[in-house]
Ligand binder design. Structure first.
Ligand code: FMN
Length: 165
């Protein structure tokens, strides 16, 4: 899959095993329309993540990551390759705007480990965090956690991109 990368592109990547993160990603991409952002959902397994570097060059573009954690703090199958790439390579992500929402469960030792790592790693590689890391806990109410996060995420995006909301 080629990422469509024009002005005000919103690409929402998901790391999902049982569909929750994928659903959340779809909702964010759709909501982007309200803010005149061209939203698309992307499975990291289906795209060449080097294309992330394309997003860097586009003003007002934004990459959002909805990422679930499994096992011993491991990524999902579909995000494994992307995770390893970020871990083992040092791509220069300067200019890339991003935000991360993690999906996890507090009863596990490595609560939301993938999202925590990703949020930190992207910054380390030079990317710009447009809104703080969000974490959902499906031991409680992950839907509420998601809504609480995105209700603050959108105003932050609008302010950053000068979008009237
Ligand atoms: N959540 C965590 O925060 N850390 C974990 O280590 C973790 N391991 C899990 C292992 C299993 C077998 C299952 C079923 C869930 C685990 N979770 C863990 C919770 C999931 O990340 C959470 O349910 C998430 O919403 C799943 O998203 P998905 O439907 O997109 O795959």
């Amino acid at each position: 899959t080629k990422l469509k990368t024009s002005g005000r592109s919103l690409v929402v990547f998901y790391g999902s095993q049982t569909g929750t993160a994928e659903e959340f990603a779809g909702r964010l991409a759709k909501e982007g329309m309200r803010y005149k952002m061209k939203g698309m959902v992307a499975d990291p397994e289906e795209c060449d993540m080097e294309e992330l570097t394309k997003l860097q060059e586009i003003e007002n573009s934004l990459a959002v990551f909805c990422m679930a954690t499994y096992g011993e703090g491991d990524p999902t199958d579909n995000s494994m390759e992307f995770y390893e790439w970020l871990k083992n390579q040092d791509p220069d992500l300067t200019g890339l705007n991003y935000a991360v929402f993690g999906l996890g469960n507090k009863t596990y030792e490595h609560y939301n480990a993938v999202a925590i790592y990703l949020d930190k790693r992207l910054e380390e590689l030079g990317a710009t965090r447009v809104y703080e890391l969000g974490m959902g806990d499906d031991d409680a109410n992950i839907e509420d956690d998601f809504i609480t996060w995105k209700d603050k995420f959108w105003p932050a995006v609008c302010e950053k991109y000068n979008i009237e909301s």
